[in-house]
Design a protein around this ligand. Structure first.
Ligand SMILES: O=C(O)CCC(=O)C(=O)O
Length: 274
């Protein structure tokens, strides 16, 4: 029987002590596979401030993507199809001008963004981003991939919003240690499904947390009230996050476009750089 390394890593990651031991050995074996470009697009990003916040809270602000880079990425969106609700056989172009003009799905995801979009590659290899990932992971980061998608409300046949795990609290177990960079590509207010992080839940998991990778809004409110951080911001606003934290995208009333990059100790090929 073939044992899948990814599933072993998932099990080890949930428990603090096994995670620490496995991380120690993984770091010893890590090799540099992801290069940094010479120039940053994030002039104002303070590396040491971001590293400190990320370690302490599980997230860090200070990322602002310049307008010209946003424009380049939006030009890519205008020309490229998206996959509809994770079904690779269904594809559509999303209009940038008219947000009501779509086919009623909740998720529209671009594919191979790293391969096809120069501006996205520039961010993936940005020296400040790579330095922050490297310090956080404690070794040379593997670039797991970039993803970009539109989130729309999930509606029933009558056009009413319905409950969906797509917009519920959960934590990721993508590796022993990993970190993501999120960037909003449109203005995101409370109507547009802001990302929500429960701070300081990234370090270790207690028994309740080990058993409950997904939690309801009520449980989140009861257990972590003071640690819930709702992130709104203008297009270009970005943040680093260890999504081993509980987090979610709020169920939007209006669409949101998000760009995401992931770095990890190991790359299990799960994202296919899409
Ligand atoms: O859409 C969001 O804000 C949440 C994304 C998310 O859950 C993830 O990237 O793990």
């Amino acid at each position: 029987m073939k044992i899948n390394k990814f599933y072993i890593v998932r099990a080890l990651t949930k428990v603090s002590i096994t995670r620490k031991v496995a991380l120690f050995f993984a770091r010893l074996n890590s090799k540099e596979t992801h290069t940094s470009y010479n120039e940053t697009v994030f002039d104002d990003l303070d590396i040491s401030e971001a590293q400190k916040d990320l370690r302490k809270q599980g997230y860090a602000f200070g990322v602002s993507l310049p307008q010209d880079v946003i424009a380049e990425i939006l030009a890519f969106c205008k020309e490229n199809e998206t996959i509809v609700d994770f079904d690779k056989t269904r594809k559509t172009i999303i209009s940038l001008e008219d947000e009501t003009n779509h086919i009623g799905a909740a998720n529209y995801k671009y594919t191979s963004t790293y391969q096809k979009c120069e501006a996205i590659r520039k961010i993936a290899h940005d020296p400040k981003v790579v330095a922050i990932a490297k310090e956080y992971l404690g070794c040379s980061p593997k670039f797991v991939g970039s993803q970009m998608w539109w989130s729309y409300p999930k509606l029933n046949d009558k056009g009413d919003k319905i409950e969906t795990p797509l917009y519920g609290y959960h934590y990721d177990i993508d590796d022993l240690k990993f970190v993501k960079l999120f960037i909003y590509l449109n203005d995101v207010d409370m109507e547009r499904g802001p990302h929500v992080i429960i701070g300081e839940t990234h370090k270790s998991k207690n028994l309740f947390e080990i058993k409950n990778r997904r939690i309801s809004d009520d449980v989140a409110e009861q257990r972590y009230r003071n640690k819930v951080n709702i992130i709104t911001g203008k297009a270009g606003t970005g943040f680093f996050e260890d999504t081993f934290c509980y987090h979610k995208g709020m169920h939007p009333n209006k669409r949101r476009l998000l760009l995401q990059f992931e770095y990890a100790v190991n790359d299990f090929g799960n994202h296919d750089n899409e």
